[in-house]
Design a protein around this ligand. Structure first.
Ligand code: UDP
Ligand code: MN
Length: 335
């Protein structure tokens, strides 16, 4: 009995195993088929991978393009917006490059700006040439030397002589010779290299019919100097020093339409004018009247530019270093 049962069990076992075996291979396929399917899948995913790699490379190229555009947006020309021709005299001294770097970083944020940089030197220096080439700001580089008799010495008091006169005139000459009064629509701003300019000030001056004006901070021995505005018109000046000048304001406090330089072809700066009269004489020569002034910066109630000055660095240890160890700092390292 037991033997017959065992046989039955064994038979059932064999039948179940065979059926399972057949079922397994019929549902999953035979090994060769499986391999083929896997190979096919690998091929498919490899192709997909290739596609994705190409997509990634295309997108990173696009990203690079976008980053480049952001960096050079200061150089982009927009036909409908007037160009700001920013005229900056600069001279060789220990803090020059630091001033220029700081200023260029402001200008990189400004659209449609053309920076005219004029060196107070016989010819363009390597330092400024290299700096401008790599600045990312659209620029014109000029040089005009201040004659020895007029030139400031490093330790002269700052008010002693006019500064930047021949340099600004060189820029005016460039403007008159290179711009077309019929097609080049723009604004001229005389912006020294050590001041601090907010981005808003460029928006304020962009649309200047004749002459725009605004307050300047930290100047003339006051927290600010500014035009006084009544009913949207300039009626006078908040200035302590020489308030009777025709336009008692700092160079950083106004901008003029470039047409004025074409309409008044002889207008230029002069080293002969009394102290503090550079601004007044150029505006008078441009035939600007008090009633022409267009107040900006919320009717001259906001300070958007500061007459900051860079402290002269004491370099006395250079000499002491030479005494102590035979040589000072390496002149080949640009500062
Ligand atoms: N400047 C110049 N040559 C000089 C001294 C100054 O070209 O010998 C430039 C200077 O780089 C600046 C402008 O003239 O852009 C006005 O000079 P500074 O800022 O020293 O004048 P201040 O701050 O006293 O008004
Ligand atoms: Mn200055």
């Amino acid at each position: 009995m037991v033997q017959i049962r065992m046989r039955k069990l064994f038979f059932i076992y064999i039948v179940i195993s065979t059926v399972s075996f057949i079922w397994f291979y019929s549902s999953c396929g035979f090994p060769e088929c499986k391999e083929k399917e896997i190979e096919h899948l690998i091929k498919k995913y490899k192709a997909r991978n290739k596609e994705l790699d190409k997509k990634i490379s295309d997108l990173s190229q696009q990203l690079q393009e976008c980053q480049k555009n952001v960096l050079t947006s200061g150089r982009t020309e927009f036909s409908h917006s007037p160009t700001i021709y920013m005229v900056t005299p600069t001279h060789t001294h220990p803090e020059q490059k630091a001033n220029l770097v700081r200023l260029s970083h402001t200008l990189l944020h400004v659209k449609n700006i053309h920076w005219i940089v004029i060196e107070d030197s016989v010819s363009k220096t390597v330092l400024v040439s290299k700096f401008l080439q790599n600045s990312g700001v659209k620029n014109t580089h000029l040089a005009a030397l201040t004659p020895h008799e007029i030139k400031m010495k490093y330790n002269d008091p700052t008010w002693l002589k006019p500064k930047g006169v021949l340099q600004r005139n060189a820029a005016l000459r460039w403007i008159r010779e290179n711009l077309n009064p019929n097609t080049d629509n723009g604004v001229v701003y005389f912006a020294d290299d050590d001041n601090t300019y907010s981005l808003e000030i460029f928006q304020e001056m962009r649309n200047t019919k004749k002459a725009t004006v605004w307050p300047v901070g930290l100047v003339g021995g006051l927290r600010y100097e500014k035009p006084i505005v009544k009913d949207g018109k300039v009626t006078g000046w908040f200035t302590y020093w020489k308030p009777n000048r025709p336009f008692p304001m700092d160079m950083a406090g106004f901008a003029v339409n470039v047409n004025l330089f074409f309409n008044n072809p002889d207008a230029r700066f002069s080293n002969e004018v009394p102290r503090g009269f550079l601004e007044s004489t150029i505006l008078e020569q441009l035939n600007v009247k008090m009633e022409d002034l267009e107040p900006r910066a919320e009717n001259c109630s906001k300070v958007l530019v500061w007459h900051t000055r860079t402290e002269k660095t004491k370099l006395k240890n250079e000499q002491l270093m030479i005494k102590r160890q035979g040589q000072g700092s390496d002149p080949n390292i640009e500062v």
